[in-house]
Ligand binder design. Sequence first.
Ligand code: ZN
Length: 354
Amino acid sequence: MHSKTDANSSPAGELRYPWESHPGADQVVEIAPGVLWIRLDLPFRLNHVNIYLLADGDGWAMVDTGIGNDATIAAWTKLFDGPLKGMTISRVIVTHAHPDHVGQAGWMVQRFKCPFYMSQIEYLQGVYHQVRRSEERLVNSRQFFRRHGMDEAITEQLLGRGQDYLKKTVPLPAAYVRLSNGDDIAIGTRSFRVITGAGHSPDQVMLYCAQDGLFLSADQVLSKISPNVSVWAHEPDENALGSYLKSLKNLTNTLPDDVLVLPGHGVPFYGLKTRITELSDHHEERCQMIAAACKDTAKTSAELVPVVFFKHKLDAHQTGFAAGELIAHVNHMLAQNRLTQALGPDGILRFSAA
Ligand SMILES: [Zn+2]
């Protein structure tokens, strides 16, 4: 097991990363007594996801499960034959319905015959995504991307991604226990407050243990990258960014600054409020770029993608994520009256700075 580096005397609020390195594929790192950290591989540019185990009486509560592919099952099998040998999973808690978190929930729950916890919206979201896409959903998605000025080739590429969820998740457990914002749940000797937040996903579960200053932030606050906040075709007018920023504000207002943050990706860190300020500023910067670009001529979302993501060379696949993020910023700015929109005779939306 890795040991913690000296946490010494940096000023309150500053970002600090007590673990210099992350656990390797066959390793388990003890974060605190009864809190274990595991890292599983992902087949994406974001190449890993964190799993946490919390001591729970005779067993361990697992928070998130990894993506639903064979490599992850092999990784879990190795861990249960190695450093986790003899350990029982008492329950599986999943923070949100994205495949890298919920992907192996069905497999894990089956293996340990244990209860499965999610928020209601995230569970239903997972069920919804596992339902094979219908022609109506396809037509709706095509319309959505075309309205935002994506050309036919990119639109078709984006639609192809809709099927992926099934390939990245094993069937969800057929029953769950609901976690709701404000619930207090006992896990072993610790009590955790359930805090939910929207923006990255509709009702993501975070867990806060006041007595030990631990905050499992899921993907809402990450150490080094900005969580994806996107708008998609099934709720085209959603103000996902507004919800996300509101959730960050809620965390700032309700949590102390000296918590150890255990994120869904990256490494654990101190400096929650500093990180939240960075994330909020990052989105405001993007809004300002959009406002500047829409000042003299109205622009489509497709035209705004390169304005905001000019640092990245995007292939069609990444353009999909960029498009969702861009529309999230545009919708937020519409809600704030910083932009106005007009639907052209060509059926495409264009935005002007108000
Ligand atoms: Zn994630």
